[in-house]
Design a binder for this molecule. Structure first.
Ligand SMILES: Nc1ncnc2c1ncn2[C@@H]1O[C@H](COP(=O)(O)OP(=O)(O)OP(=O)(O)O)[C@@H](O)[C@H]1O
Length: 328
């Protein structure tokens, strides 16, 4: 995290549960303006539940944010705000970009009208002014011929163009925070690179802080200044991207890196082993380290107690790792 700028988002000790499933179990991080933080981990590690908790979108009845604090610059504590206040903050101060734009776009309305509608929901703006601004936003996110594309229905656009439309909606109010959950996973590689470049450009152009969720360390390498590696509901490693990719400390991070071509630390095997085994049942977590049943370096202490998330002993004090190999 940059020392100079105060964080746009500070999450502290976040805990979210779906029944007995502790999906997020004490997660903390902070994002500065103009900075991208990636949350990376396998399926089921709690990445989406973290983002949904921040946005106030955990469906009541299904789950509950039961602990921790979510501070958004200019708005203060978000936890416990009434639904209407949260909806307004989501519209103005948080831009949200998801994996599948088709679920966020209404198939029966033209995309320009949909972007305009997002604006009219949050402020008293004339329809024609909102439509002009929609075209301007489409241009800003790199949609060619935005005037005529605004007249298209979602199904007339390619996947990449639909994702640009969703990004246009997300940035309609120059949000302080952008939350992106696997926004490029469904796209082919060339388009993926274009969308990543677009999102990366937004943090400079708008000065937003970005929380970007991905399971792909190659994406992390491209866009993040900071990384939180999540496993089974907790952060197991947090570091500046460069430091983490140069020297991953947690055996889980090492496993993730070994399974991605081009991110292996020097001297690593050339073949690409996936990490054997699966994320434990979050309703019945093992005693001790959550990763120990899959960890090639596990030893007796790992079964006794869960390691704290702390700077590595004798290592970089700006990094955090949750592993007895690096603890006092
Ligand atoms: N609406 C829900 N109801 C019940 N359990 C849920 C719900 N949403 C998530 N979970 C559970 O919470 C845990 C964390 O899920 P989450 O979607 O946050 O993981 P993830 O890391 O984002 O994975 P993915 O990449 O597959 O989205 C999982 O065990 C999941 O089954």
């Amino acid at each position: 995290m940059s020392e100079a700028a105060p964080p746009v988002l500070a999450v502290e000790g976040l805990r979210t549960r779906f029944g007995a499933v502790r999906a997020v179990d004490g997660v903390s991080f902070a994002v500065a303006r103009g900075e991208t933080l990636c949350i990376v981990g396998e399926s089921g590690s709690g990445k989406s539940a973290t983002a949904l908790s921040i946005m106030g979108l955990i469906p009541s009845g299904a789950g509950i944010v039961e602990g921790g604090s979510i501070l958004l610059a200019g708005h203060g504590e978000l936890r416990g705000l009434p639904d209407a206040a949260m909806a307004d903050i989501r519209g103005r101060a948080m831009g949200m970009i998801f994996q599948e734009p088709m679920t966020a776009l209404n198939p029966v309305f033209r995309v320009g009208a949909q972007i305009a509608e997002v604006m009219r929901r949050h402020e008293d703006v004339a329809r024609s002014a909102a439509r002009d601004r929609a075209v301007e936003l489409l241009r800003l996110v790199g949609v060619p011929s935005p005037q005529s594309r605004a007249q298209d229905f979602p199904h007339q656009l390619s996947g990449g163009m639909r994702q640009r439309v969703m990004i246009a909606m997300a940035i309609a109010y120059d949000p302080a925070l952008i939350l992106a959950d696997e926004p490029t996973t469904a796209l082919d590689v060339t388009i993926q690179a274009q969308i990543l470049a677009l999102i990366d450009g937004l943090k400079e152009r708008l000065g937003s802080g970005i929380v970007f969720i991905t399971h792909d360390l190659r994406v992390v390498a491209q866009i993040a200044q900071q990384v939180c590696v999540m496993y089974a509901g907790v952060v197991v490693e947090r570091a500046a991207t460069r430091a983490l990719l140069r020297e991953p400390l947690h055996p889980y991070t090492k496993g993730l890196m070994a399974s991605v071509p081009g991110t292996r630390p020097r001297g690593a095997l050339r073949r690409l082993p996936a990490i054997a085994g699966t994320v434990p049942n979050l309703a019945r977590l093992p005693v001790g380290c959550r990763f120990r049943n899959r960890c090639p370096s596990a030893f007796a202490r790992c079964a006794e107690a869960e390691p704290p998330l702390a700077p590595p002993v004798g290592g970089d004090p700006d990094r955090l790792v949750r592993c007895w190999l690096h603890a006092a």
